[in-house]
Design a protein around this ligand. Structure first.
Ligand SMILES: [Zn+2]
Length: 174
């Protein structure tokens, strides 16, 4: 794995290998422990990362869950793939079936190529999901009002309501 090299250095100076300076050894076991401790399980089965993360500068992009290993940031869903599934072949991306960028459930991840990744990005961009609360999503699904009326009610675009209604967004809300 790209972040893990068991070598002479490690034996000589174990402190040289750490995550975020917290003394957790950089081994597959150490990373696995960290992944298991730092997530919450959502109703849809997502294992949502609760540790360190960054919001992307692009407002439509999902926040990034990160683990800093020896001063370098690593995306947690990629680490999860490597821990639970194995190495990521060159040129492939670890993508989310569930559209939750913070999810590290290996069952919700898949390997895709650049084109598939761009499709995912475009799909998310079309469906701004941050503006509605989960309760509002449930109300929209249950409502018999027109999408236009609901859009007015909740202060979002009609397309956002349509995306909720046809399941393009908010699939994680049950
Ligand atoms: Zn998920």
């Amino acid at each position: 794995m790209r972040w893990y090299t068991r070598g002479a250095d490690e034996a000589d100076d174990p402190a040289a290998y750490h995550i975020c300076g917290k003394g957790i050894p950089v081994t597959p076991e150490g990373i696995k422990e960290r992944l298991q401790r730092k997530h919450r399980i959502l109703e849809n089965g997502c294992h949502e990362w609760t540790g360190y993360g960054l919001k992307s500068r692009r407002t439509d992009a999902a926040p990034r869950g990160l683990i800093v290993i020896n001063g370098k940031r690593h995306r947690v869903h990629r680490l999860a793939w490597e821990i639970y599934r194995g190495p990521i072949p060159n040129g492939l991306w670890v993508l989310h079936k569930c559209d939750n960028g913070l999810c590290i459930n290996p069952d919700h991840l898949y390997l895709g190529n650049h084109a598939q990744n761009m499709e995912d990005v475009v799909r998310r961009r079309r469906s701004p999901k941050i503006k509605l609360t989960e309760d509002q999503v449930r109300m929209i699904r249950a409502s018999s009002l027109s999408s236009r009326a609901l859009a007015k009610e909740f202060g979002v675009k009609k397309s956002s309501i349509l995306c909720v209604r046809n399941g393009k967004t908010h699939r994680f809300v049950i």
